[in-house]
Design a protein around this ligand. Structure first.
Ligand code: YXS
Length: 259
């Protein structure tokens, strides 16, 4: 059974993440289906994509599928990790991707939402970035996605506390574009997508790629990269990383020892 629903309306496409019983945990299967849909949209002259969950959900996405995170000793967020693949697929898609968000957005789900070009949420939406709760050493590309979206003191607070922030705060910070009531959000987002689809797709595609390339244009020396990878390896080799995974699987609070 497919974990997503897709719909094409003229030059606009809709992807509904539909694995509700697992709270749209970003499993490899779910992410493969989304990236496959995006690839097919590339060939169908799609000029705007809406990424959403079913109307009325309490959780837009519960983030990375924790059951698919590797045990300690392996980088949980390497280049080919499915979450990384999805973030890049959204950022590199040659047309705007609009996140229509209701409910809670957790962990890597925040990065997926923030990789989208425009974010529209209902008032109940929240965003919680959770590596610290699990003991995960977030990866550099992911940190950059967040840094480009969230003012540094707030990004630090979200990363260090792993606590949710409400849509109202996200709107004040410019992380999201609009808050709309649940009875209006769908028509608002579809109208926004239609406006975009009526403009020049070539002009929009090149401006989206220019913004992506400039936003990721950070000089980083091999020594700096290797230092960061070394620091991350200490974390994903640690007992704390394994404790975070075990605690989640055993549905209990983790007891981190700092080693
Ligand atoms: O027990 P069953 O089999 O029914 O499954 C439960 C949950 O185990 C499952 N589920 C997940 N499975 C894998 N990975 C997940 N991230 C995940 N989240 C949930 O879905 C079934 C229903 O969950 P339940 O009963 O907890 O639902 P709820 O409505 O009471 O609570 C919804 C949530 C989202 C508040 C709760 O499920 C939750 O706190 N989920 C974990 C959120 C989280 O910490 N996500 C971060 C994942 S790690 C990640 O994204 C990055 C690697 S990082 O850590 O770096 O940000």
């Amino acid at each position: 059974m497919s974990l997503i629903l897709t719909e094409i309306r003229d030059t606009m496409a809709i992807i509904v993440m539909n694995h509700v019983q697992k709270r749209n945990a970003l499993s490899e299967t779910l992410i493969d289906e989304i990236t496959l849909a995006l690839t097919s949209f590339r060939e169908s002259n799609i000029r705007a994509v809406i990424l959403r969950a079913p109307a009325g959900v309490k959780v837009w996405s519960a983030g990375h599928d924790v059951s698919e995170l590797p045990n300690r000793g392996r980088d949980p967020l390497g280049w080919s990790d499915s979450l990384r693949v999805l973030v890049r697929a959204i950022q590199e898609f040659p047309a705007p991707v609009i996140a229509l968000i209701e409910g809670g957005v957790w962990g890597g789900g925040c990065e997926v939402a923030m990789a989208c070009d425009i974010l529209v949420t209902t008032p109940d939406a929240t965003f919680a970035i959770t590596p610290a709760k699990l003991g995960v050493p977030y990866n550099l590309g992911g940190i950059l996605t967040l840094m480009n979206m969230i003012p540094l003191p707030v990004a630090k607070e979200m990363l260090f506390t792993a606590q949710p922030i409400p849509a109202s705060q996200a709107l004040n910070l410019g992380i999201i574009n609009y808050i709309k009531p649940s009875e209006e959000i769908e028509s608002f987002v579809y109208a926004l997508a239609a406006h975009i689809a009526a403009n020049s797709p070539l002009s929009i595609a090149v401006m989206k790629e220019e913004l992506r390339l400039l936003a990721s244009a950070h000089a980083i020396t091999p020594e700096l990269f290797e230092r960061i990878q070394g620091l991350r390896r200490i974390v994903y080799d640690s007992q704390d990383y394994q404790e975070g995974l075990n605690a989640f699987r055993e549905k209990r609070k983790p007891r981190f020892q700092g080693k």
